[in-house]
Design a protein around this ligand. Structure first.
Ligand SMILES: O=P(O)(O)OC[C@H]1O[C@H](O[C@H]2O[C@H](CO)[C@@H](O)[C@H](O)[C@H]2O)[C@H](O)[C@@H](O)[C@@H]1O
Length: 498
């Protein structure tokens, strides 16, 4: 499978994708709107949800109009030359800009390193690049961030106004025209729902929703083809085939090598649920696992005992805590360094309960060797920000390592061990001879499974559970746990054991 990127050009939205200016915009809007709303009756303060729904990614005056409209408020439009203290749409927009420039002056421009790294990698790979923004301060911000020369085309709100472009997708289409590429050959990177919608409207080849604030659901609903929390990973995107269409590749072991099936649990064997305690293995999946006569291992971030009780199949291997705790068929493995770190996990747990335990939507899951802070049910961006800050505090104070998972932040011992190392340990204890190395099929959906895909090398195929357009190191994909089950059934049918 070639790993070259299938697109010729990339267009980066600026605020929130490349530069960390979205927070400054949010603060400036909040100051201005809260001040204005305080003179109106029955109005609650401007929130992050208001910002994301009505203002983010839009030209300044349109943002004012759309937000006022959402609150059933009307102001005369006025003129772009209106003084910042005038209560007109333009006056409010100009007031916001003045606040924004003050904040910019005070705090400076920070960039997202993952996006800058992607930009550089794509450029080295021969792609052409543009940065676009509805902000009239775009050029100034990019100059301050040292990014003006990193791309071929920049279109900001000032250029857009000069060219009479009415916002996105017109700005995106103009960027593609200047890059001399067709929209179908372009990747769009956007963090705002309005930008994602515009990318789809412009019929761009791949519209990536960059979810830095846990808003992946909204971005998906707005039509994003792909969701990414890490822009650098997008530069590795490639299309991998569905394993169910390639059963002949997955049957090469028959007659020559013993089979072994390794699986992740959440999101692979079991559907993702709102709360960790709700995840279950279906009776069909359980009975299919029981049909295998070859070795089977479930490798999960969960506590091993929790995993064993949810899977409930005897005679297989269980690796819990991302591989820190393995047991099965008379074998047992834990790491002394992980045992030494239990006190640090205790400390992190106390900090987590004290700092974020009572915040709405946060679920803390204590495991023997790690601590998971779940935010799937968190609705507010501010709460999410507090969770991220608290986890960063815990990491610094305890020396534990931080991991990102699906709507979860985890802290675990900072030792050279992961699902990949666990997979290697399991391969070594499998009852097979060295002359007959097992053919391992590994299925997983999360970032932690990438260590296992990477460790597999020649041992067998990695199967990613999710979209086929992915930056996963796996060789094939299946779309969801239902397709995992279909694949397991086919493998169980073919399994003749050792
Ligand atoms: O390695 P895995 O088996 O995939 O375990 C990874 C984490 O899975 C669990 O959390 C995830 O699944 C929950 C239930 O579907 C979901 O609510 C949560 O948002 C997901 O992150 C588990 O609770 C964690 O301990 C595992 O590390």
């Amino acid at each position: 499978m070639t790993r070259t990127h299938p697109f010729q050009a990339a267009i980066f939205d600026m605020d929130g994708v490349l530069t960390r200016t979205a927070d400054l915009h949010m603060q400036a809007w909040k100051q201005v709107f809260d001040d204005y709303l305080s003179s109106e009756s029955n109005q609650h303060p401007f929130s992050r949800a208001d910002y994301l729904a009505h203002v983010d990614g839009k030209p300044r005056y349109r943002g004012v109009e759309d937000f006022l409209h959402s609150r059933r408020l009307m102001l005369p439009y006025g003129q772009p030359s209106d003084a910042a203290d005038r209560d007109t749409v333009c006056g409010l927009g100009n007031r916001k800009n003045a606040r924004f420039l003050e904040l910019l002056e005070k705090k400076g421009v920070a960039v997202f390193e993952d996006a800058v790294a992607a930009l550089k990698r794509w450029r080295r790979g021969g792609m052409t690049l543009a940065i676009i923004t509805a902000s009239r301060n775009g050029q100034r911000i990019l100059e301050e961030a040292g990014l003006m020369d990193a791309v071929d085309v920049v279109i900001d709100g000032t250029v857009a106004a000069e060219q009479e472009l009415a916002g996105k997708p017109e700005i995106m289409l103009e960027a593609a025209r200047r890059l001399e590429v067709q929209p179908a050959d372009v990747v769009i990177l956007e963090d705002a729902t309005a930008g994602v919608r515009a990318g789809r409207e412009g019929e761009f080849g791949l519209v990536v929703g960059v979810s830095r604030n846990g808003n992946e659901q909204e971005l998906r609903e707005a039509g994003a083809h792909h969701i990414a929390a890490d822009v650098y990973a997008v530069s590795f995107l490639r299309q991998i085939p569905n394993a169910l269409d390639r059963m002949e590749d997955l049957s090469v072991w028959r007659g020559t090598r013993p089979l072994a099936v390794f699986l992740d649990f959440d999101g692979t064997l079991a559907e993702i649920t709102e709360e960790p305690g709700q995840a279950q293995l279906s009776a069909e999946a359980r009975s299919t696992l029981e049909r295998f006569s070859c070795p089977v291992a479930v490798v999960s971030g969960r506590d091993r005992e929790d995993l064993e009780s949810r899977v409930g199949v005897e005679g297989i291997y269980y690796a819990g805590n991302h591989g820190f705790d393995i047991a099965g068929n008379g074998h047992r493995h834990t790491l002394p360094e992980a045992d030494d770190a239990v006190k640090s996990v205790d400390h992190a747990e106390r900090m987590a309960r004290g700092q974020v335990g009572d915040l709405p939507g946060v679920i803390i899951e204590r495991k023997r060797y790690s601590l998971a802070i779940h935010y799937r049910k968190v609705k507010s961006g501010d709460v999410l920000e507090k969770v991220r800050e608290a986890v960063e505090d815990m990491r610094r104070e305890t020396g534990l390592r931080k991991r990102d998972g699906k709507k979860v932040l985890e802290l675990e011992p900072d030792v050279d061990w992961n699902k990949g190392r666990a997979l290697q340990w399991l391969i070594d204890v499998l009852p097979v001879s060295e002359e007959e190395p097992p053919f391992i099929v590994y299925m997983g959906d999360d970032v932690t499974d990438e260590d296992a895909f990477s460790a597999l090398r020649e041992a067998g195929p990695g199967i990613y559970v999710g979209d086929g357009l992915t930056s996963s190191l796996a060789d094939y994909h299946v779309r969801n746990p239902d397709e995992v089950l279909r694949l397991l059934r086919e493998l169980a049918d073919a399994d003749h054991g050792f």
